[in-house]
Design a protein around this ligand. Structure first.
Ligand SMILES: Cc1ncc(COP(=O)(O)O)c(C=O)c1O
Length: 387
């Protein structure tokens, strides 16, 4: 069935590219197609585009342009940071600390490294879905070479105590701090120096940029073992001809998002609160898994016992509202979310979990309409299951 309007509330999975992004990419694809490594004019002009975006991204993070490495996205940035540091500093020690609520682009890398002989500690979370600083402190040993903790959890929106962890690690120069900032970049303030972050992963398609482009910040003075061997691009840290259209699109997204971040964030927080209040007041028997006062402005996780999350996602879709069960990556695998399991939800709550995630393009009217549709559908679905 086709419906006239669409309400897109799956922005943690991906966002609609801004018009400015499409235009910036089109200009590169049509006019600046040279290889940035070429010595002639066409190479130099594409190299200049890359340099400009590198500077812009560095500025948003309080970093130096030379500290930014372009990658194919958040997954590659996480892999490059974790595998690259683990292999480079193996002689210092083989212990790594992470949390049990990381994205699979971190957790699966850790599992892989365990097979290579590394020992990994997976920290639990508290009732809000946040890592406890005491747990990080207790897990540290003289062999710990890396701590990798995300900023914003992609399923619940819970913000992790990154600054305290950075502070804790600041007097341990042999333990590097990697942060998966994919869901936080362009939503909450991140400054690598103040937060004492050594490596940080970001991705363009979560902030209205194109898919397939991201970046890793790596502090000056740190070295890593590359994942790819080849032409030596990105100062030998990431070989492969640069994705210039993607980089140009990433730059356009960064420019637009960071121009009005403060005001937009407040507006987004109001929309999120409107969504949570709307769901709480009009749908009975709900559990909000997004912690109050400790969450990013764009993610709302809800458990609705008596409803199957997947069924609700499809029912909402027929009404033109796009939401998801857990994260986009895990929602096709029919297993319960490893993140929500950490919150010790009941089986019914796990089964009835959905995520609604907002962007700067959503409006209060859309939220009102989405809540109205969701309320009606949840009532209908609960009646069906009771029969
Ligand atoms: C927290 C987190 N890390 C990493 C990724 C992977 O990023 P990408 O899709 O750019 O590979 C995602 C994407 O959903 C994410 O939410």
């Amino acid at each position: 069935m086709r419906v006239a309007r669409e309400i897109y509330l799956d922005n943690s999975a991906t966002t609609r590219p801004f018009q400015e992004v499409i235009e910036a990419m089109t200009v590169v694809l049509t006019r600046h197609f040279g290889n940035p490594s070429s010595l002639h004019k066409k190479g130099l002009e594409t190299e200049a585009i890359i340099d400009r975006v590198r500077q812009e991204i560095a500025k948003t993070l309080g970093a130096k342009p030379s500290e930014i490495i372009f990658t194919s996205g958040g997954t590659e940035a996480n892999n490059l940071a974790i595998q690259g540091i683990a292999r480079r500093y193996k002689k210092r020690g083989t212990h790594i600390i992470t949390s049990s609520i990381e994205h699979s682009a971190v957790l699966d890398v850790m599992k892989f490294l365990e097979g290579e002989g590394f020992r990994v500690t997976y920290l639990p979370v508290d009732g809000n879905g946040c890592v406890r600083i005491e747990d990080v402190e207790q897990a540290l040993t003289e062999h710990t070479i890396l701590v990798s903790i995300m900023v914003v959890n992609n399923e619940t929106g819970a913000v992790q105590p990154i600054r305290q962890i950075g502070e804790l690690l600041s007097n341990r120069p042999k333990t590097l701090f990697h942060v998966d900032g994919v869901q936080a970049y362009g939503k909450i303030p991140l400054k690598v120096k103040t937060d004492k972050i050594d490596l940080l992963s970001v991705s363009a398609h979560k902030i209205h940029g194109p898919k397939g482009i991201g970046a890793l910040f790596m502090r000056e003075g740190i070295d890593l073992e590359p994942l790819f061997w080849g032409g030596g691009q990105e100062k030998n840290r990431r070989s492969g001809t640069e994705n210039v259209p993607g980089i140009a699109g990433f730059g356009a997204a960064v420019r637009k998002v960071f121009a009005s971040l403060e005001q937009d964030r407040e507006r987004l927080e109001r929309l999120r609160d409107q969504l949570i209040q709307g769901i709480r007041s009009s749908i009975g028997q709900v559990r909000i898994n997004t912690p109050e006062g400790l969450a990013a402005p764009h993610v709302v996780s809800v458990s609705l016992p008596g409803v199957k999350g997947e069924v609700l996602v499809h029912a909402m879709e027929t009404e033109g509202v796009f939401i998801s069960t857990g994260s986009a990556c895990s929602s096709r695998q029919k297993i319960h979310s490893h993140v929500l399991q950490q919150l010790r939800l009941s089986d019914q709550e796990l089964e009835g979990s959905v995520r609604l995630s907002l962007s700067y393009e959503n409006t209060a009217e859309e939220i009102e309409e989405a809540v109205r549709i969701m309320t009606r559908l949840v009532e209908d679905l609960r009646l069906l299951t009771r029969r």
